[in-house]
Design a protein around this ligand. Structure first.
Ligand SMILES: Cc1ncc(COP(=O)(O)O)c(C=O)c1O
Length: 413
């Protein structure tokens, strides 16, 4: 086995202070396969799973409401931890079951109309795009896809020209998309939106947990993210940030008993905090798992995590680029833990299936998950490999060796 096909050295040299051996010891999933799918759903650490299972057991014994009351303090700690991770205040955090739900509730609460303009990045995720397209069709709001530059990222000059000034413009950008390792220039976009008065909604689903996300520095009005990806939390968890002053603009379409009080026969009042966007029912066990995952991230350090993921992904990109018949599909502005590629003569799905047979877990991302990116670039699908702190040299070598073998086979057929 050629463990270093690209000759780019071992990850240990670049590992910073991530204790990869420790992370692996605390991650059961690394024992059965080379898991390179953090951008789909990362492997959770043992402590996160233990927390979830313990709460389910507690519910079994005490009942769901009684168990929830017993851990109410820990759920409050979750708001504080989420706030710390994105540098916000706990009152600016709303818990949600996914990033999609979080963004939908926020966008709906903006009450768009025929004079609204939605300026969306090419990096927009399928479910968000479909929601915005459907809203534009219903309300008559204009939807404009912001052109990207040669590096694949939002073209800032074009964006500046598109902004008309004032709150009727709503800018929606994915920090890191589902379809490549691209990192959008979110701070520069924030500077433009602040200057023009546009609302700025950031989809940080693929960045929170792997990149430094400081909502003050970025200047976004709202942000959504999910638990199961780079945060390594359970499925069905996520959270949103809404800037205090921006909250006043948000009037939920479907106020819920969690975020509103039914004060009279035809009156209700909304929570003064971001919790006005929440719904009552949730998986308390999942949220406790999210709290533990956030605490682990804060303990490990976001910058350390980000540096390790970016350098590991870089090793992968360079290794893949050195294999004949393989094309790395990431644009120039790629600095995240996501790597995308194609193999000549084989559909991405077939490559991903063949990798799985060799115990290397990746996914294929079709253009239908990102028409404004992959569809626009004319790439029908890509194989996506995404790394986390539990991935080591053995995972990198396994992917590169397996891809080389698959690419050779594709040429010989
Ligand atoms: C960039 C991006 N945004 C949003 C989502 C949706 O996240 P969720 O499934 O938690 O709603 C995804 C999921 O893959 C994504 O990659």
């Amino acid at each position: 086995m050629n463990a270093d096909p690209a000759g780019v050295g071992q990850l240990g040299d670049r590992a910073g202070t991530v204790d990869v051996a420790r992370e692996r010891a605390q991650t059961v999933g690394v024992r059965s396969a080379h898991h390179l799918n953090a951008a789909g759903a990362a492997l959770p650490p043992v402590a996160v799973v233990d927390e979830v299972v313990a709460h389910l057991r507690r519910e079994e014994h005490e009942g769901g409401y009684e168990a929830a009351a017993a851990v109410a303090g820990r759920i409050e700690e979750l708001y504080a931890a989420a706030a710390r991770v994105v540098c916000a205040a706990p009152e600016e955090i709303a818990l949600a079951d996914s990033a999609t739900t979080g963004l939908r509730v926020i966008v709906d609460a903006l009450r768009l109309n025929g004079s609204s303009r939605l300026l969306v990045s090419r990096s927009t995720y399928v479910s968000h795009a479909l929601h915005l397209l459907s809203l534009a069709a219903d309300t008559g709001a204009e939807l404009v896809v912001i052109p990207s530059g040669a590096d694949g990222a939002v073209d800032l000059e074009r964006l500046e020209r598109l902004l008309t000034g004032g709150p009727r413009d709503v800018v929606c950008v994915a920090h890191v998309p589902t379809s490549s390792g691209l990192v959008e220039p979110v701070r520069e976009i924030g500077a433009l939106t602040r200057r023009s008065g546009a609302a700025y909604l950031l989809d940080a689903t693929q960045s929170v947990g792997q990149l430094r996300v400081d909502v003050g520095e970025i200047g976004c009005d709202a942000l959504v993210t999910t638990g199961r990806k780079f945060l390594r939390a359970p499925r069905g968890t996520g959270f949103a940030y809404v800037r205090g002053a921006f909250l006043e603009r948000l009037v939920p379409v479907a106020p819920d008993v969690r975020g509103a009080v039914w004060t009279g026969a035809r009156e209700w009042s909304l929570s003064p905090t971001a919790r006005r966007l929440e719904t009552w029912e949730s998986s308390v066990a999942g949220r406790l798992g999210l709290r533990t995952a956030l605490h682990q991230l804060l303990e490990r350090g976001i910058d350390v995590t980000g540096a390790y993921l970016a350098s590991t992904a870089n090793v992968l990109r360079q290794g893949l680029a050195a294999i004949g018949g393989v094309t790395v599909r990431d644009p120039a502005s790629s600095a995240s833990g996501i790597v995308t590629f194609t193999v000549d003569g084989l559909e991405a799905e077939a490559v991903s299936r063949r990798l799985a047979k060799r115990d290397v877990r990746t996914v294929s991302v079709p253009a239908s998950h990102g028409q404004w990116d992959l569809g626009w670039r004319g790439v029908p699908s890509v194989v996506r490999a995404s790394v986390h702190v539990y991935n080591d040299d053995s995972d990198v070598a396994a992917l590169l060796d397996a891809v080389a073998e698959i690419a050779r086979g594709a040429v010989q057929r």
